[in-house]
Design a binder for this molecule. Structure first.
Ligand code: ATP
Ligand code: MG
Length: 250
């Protein structure tokens, strides 16, 4: 199996104007396999979002390097890779259709091709009836469907997810997790997802990296080999839940 992204000895310190500094990450090394569902789990402030932003090159580190091994995936955000945010981050003055087509603007595609790709993604995420609606007219779950559609419309090689379900109610989150897994199994992109939800990590991940509290370092990497779809009430899941919970030290 090939490696999609190699993270080597990443450290990150934020410097404030008043001279204070926060060491967010220290000496993180990881290797993401092409096509895997990789989850970063840790308590609040452990540097999960910072690590994800550095891996996706939205942010730079002070030390260490991020190596992209697949030249197609290594293209800029909005081409080979895409991001879904906790707070949806939709543009309120654009319709659902226009928000989703944003991801394609940099690709210089013909209008008909854009319409075809956007319509296809809207259909796959159950949004076809909402194409002309504005974000304010949508529920949280629908807004996040738009967030996923906008990311997936570029057919990314790597999809970065920063707590994409944490603003949703449990039923909506569960439905969307199932849809994400179905799409991931079909389309075989690589996922790197941040969460602080142990059950969500067990339900979705091939491997879970547990970060320590600040400064974030890798506490452990736990493989989850249970077949999918995963029953969250099985004894194996309860054992994994205990094992992972014991590794997370708030
Ligand atoms: N742009 C920034 N400037 C200064 N400090 C920052 C910045 N971004 C993050 N930090 C600090 O770095 C640490 C890690 O933040 P980060 O947002 O990566 O954590 P997190 O694990 O994603 O937390 P949460 O679960 O609350 O989202 C925190 O102490 C945070 O205050
Ligand atoms: Mg965060």
């Amino acid at each position: 199996m090939s490696t999609a992204i190699t993270v080597k000895n990443i450290s990150k310190t934020f410097h404030e104007d008043d001279g204070a500094s926060t060491v967010a990450l220290r000496n993180i090394s990881l290797s993401i396999t092409t096509g895997e569902f990789f989850v970063i789990l840790g308590p609040s402030g452990s540097g999960k979002s910072t690590l994800l932003r550095i891996m996706s090159e939205l942010e730079t580190s002070n030390k260490g390097s991020v190596i992209w091994n697949d030249p197609l995936a290594a293209r800029s955000l909005g081409e080979g890779r895409a991001f879904v945010f906790q707070q949806f981050a939709l543009l309120p003055w654009l319709t659902v259709f226009e928000n989703v087509s944003l991801g394609l603007l940099s690709m210089k595609l013909a209008k008909a091709e854009i319409a075809k790709r956007v319509t296809n993604r809207l259909r796959l995420l159950g949004l076809q009836k909402f194409a002309k609606h504005y974000p304010r007219e949508l529920s949280g779950g629908m807004k996040q469907r738009v967030g996923f559609a906008r990311a997936l419309v570029i057919n990314p090689k790597v999809l970065f997810l920063d707590e994409p379900f944490s603003e949703l109610d449990t039923f909506t989150a569960e439905a969307l997790r199932k849809e994400l897994i179905a799409l991931w199994e079909k389309e075989k992109f690589t996922v790197v997802m941040v969460t602080h939800n142990v059950d969500e990590a067990i339900e979705l991940a091939d491997r879970v990296t547990v970060l320590t509290t600040r400064p974030g370092t890798v506490e452990a990497i736990v493989p989850i080999t249970l077949p999918r779809p995963r029953s969250m009430r099985s004894p194996e899941v309860f054992d994994l839940h205990d094992e992972i919970t014991n590794l997370v030290k708030p």
